[in-house]
Design a protein around this ligand. Structure first.
Ligand SMILES: *[C@@H]1O[C@H](CO)[C@@H](O)[C@H](O)[C@H]1NC(C)=O
Ligand SMILES: *[C@@H]1O[C@H](CO)[C@@H](O)[C@H](O)[C@H]1NC(C)=O
Ligand SMILES: *[C@@H]1O[C@H](CO)[C@@H](O)[C@H](O)[C@H]1NC(C)=O
Ligand SMILES: *[C@@H]1O[C@H](CO)[C@@H](O)[C@H](O)[C@H]1NC(C)=O
Ligand SMILES: *[C@@H]1O[C@H](CO)[C@@H](O)[C@H](O)[C@H]1NC(C)=O
Ligand SMILES: *[C@@H]1O[C@H](CO)[C@@H](O)[C@H](O)[C@H]1NC(C)=O
Ligand SMILES: *[C@@H]1O[C@H](CO)[C@@H](O)[C@H](O)[C@H]1NC(C)=O
Ligand SMILES: *[C@@H]1O[C@H](CO)[C@@H](O)[C@H](O)[C@H]1NC(C)=O
Length: 296
């Protein structure tokens, strides 16, 4: 299976649901638990930093201007990539200073046949990154929490820029969505082909989801996943956006009218809302959708 990675460190990530799910998880608040959270962040930062390295090696300024972007847009991507590399360097040195072992880079496969795909993955990674840091925040305290927050705000600047670049709202909601490690690793594992270490968090089953066609009067999000195809059945769609969780029977899977930016969609076996403390009913997902038009 393509995504048969098992990510190590992330297990105990945050004092959220995961600590109970993982018996071997280090004690909340312990040094080991803090290192687990930091290595989880480092896993994501490696992925982002590597993504920009590969993309910028592939697309030069001409590729951006050919696609109709201002020449300075590529410079923004250079800056974003530099930020991610600096996050990697800082997390690595913090982990070392705590006598931990920083996780190394993995092997990745990023869809970037053309600039459109590169931009789409960048947008997905930055918006997901914000949710990952928010979900991990409760696993940190003191100076480390401040340091992680200082990264989170920068990831949010990146996300806002990319959302606008793409013709969508840079600031769709008054709050952002916190996601737990299994949700995040499900999305990240789309891009990780192998790792020299175990990430320690099992991704959920991948979900394919698509928005209703532009201009159609349908609100139905089409969903499918391995083992359940695209059948409509007694399961539920859950939409996580802003600080909102909206549950809809999968037969309707109705995109909430106020979801006008990123939307994480999952399929669950019952209608208990998903939260950081509760994801035991997830059957597949999240898939990340963006409601809005984009040029490209
Ligand atoms: C980008 O690369 C192409 C070749 O692939 C080259 O023709 C072009 O001059 C390069 N543009 C810049 C701005 O370096
Ligand atoms: C980038 O643009 C050059 C022409 O400047 C083109 O030859 C090349 O295929 C483009 N690269 C990608 C990955 O689209
Ligand atoms: C980019 O590549 C993807 C996948 O090969 C393709 O579906 C899409 O149409 C391409 N977009 C452009 C603008 O070339
Ligand atoms: C990447 O894949 C190659 C084989 O394709 C393997 O030799 C190497 O160990 C992998 N590296 C990582 C970091 O997993
Ligand atoms: C959508 O619009 C078509 C005609 O444009 C109409 O026949 C259909 O009933 C509408 N469906 C809904 C759910 O409103
Ligand atoms: C399921 O997907 C197939 C092909 O992707 C499509 O033809 C069919 O209409 C879909 N069925 C439902 C119930 O969505
Ligand atoms: C969440 O979205 C739903 C569907 O659009 C809406 O009815 C509800 O008021 C929203 N709840 C919150 C807390 O924003
Ligand atoms: C999507 O976002 C737009 C605003 O960008 C909003 O008008 C619309 O109601 C949202 N929902 C759907 C189902 O399109």
């Amino acid at each position: 299976m393509r995504f048969s990675i098992v990510l190590v460190a992330v297990a105990a990530l945050a004092a959220v649901s995961f600590t109970t799910a993982a018996p071997a998880a280090p004690k909340p608040g312990s040094n080991a638990q803090t290192l687990t959270v930091l290595n989880y962040a480092l896993t994501l930062e490696h992925l982002e930093a590597e993504f920009y390295k590969q993309g910028l090696a592939k697309f030069n300024e001409t590729n951006f201007t050919d696609a109709g972007f201002d020449a300075k847009v590529r410079d923004r991507f250079v800056h974003i990539g530099e930020h991610e590399s600096e996050h990697v360097a800082t997390l690595t040195s913090v982990i070392e200073s705590m006598k931990g072992k920083p996780v190394p880079i993995c092997n990745y496969s990023f869809p970037m046949d053309n600039l459109t795909q590169f931009l789409a993955v960048a947008q997905a990674l930055e918006n997901t990154g914000v949710s990952a840091y928010l979900g991990a925040a409760s696993g940190l305290s003191g100076d480390l929490l401040t340091a992680a927050a200082a990264i989170t705000t920068v990831e949010a600047r990146h996300a806002a820029y990319l959302n606008e670049l793409w013709g969508q709202s840079g600031l769709p909601y008054a709050f952002d969505t916190a996601l737990g490690p299994r949700e995040i690793v499900t999305i990240a594992s789309n891009f990780i082909t192998s790792c020299p270490y175990k990430i320690g968090v099992n991704p959920f089953t991948q979900l394919t989801a698509s928005l209703p066609a532009t201009g159609s009067n349908s609100t139905k999000v089409m969903t499918s996943f391995e083992g359940n195809g695209n059948m409509t059945d007694s399961t539920f769609c859950q939409f996580l956006f802003g600080n909102n969780v909206t549950v809809s029977p999968r037969s309707e899977c109705a995109l909430p009218a106020n979801a006008n930016g990123y939307i994480f969609v999952l399929v669950t076996k019952d209608k208990t809302p998903i939260s950081l403390a509760q994801d035991s009913n997830v059957l597949a997902g999240p898939a990340l959708l963006f409601n809005g038009t984009h040029s490209g």
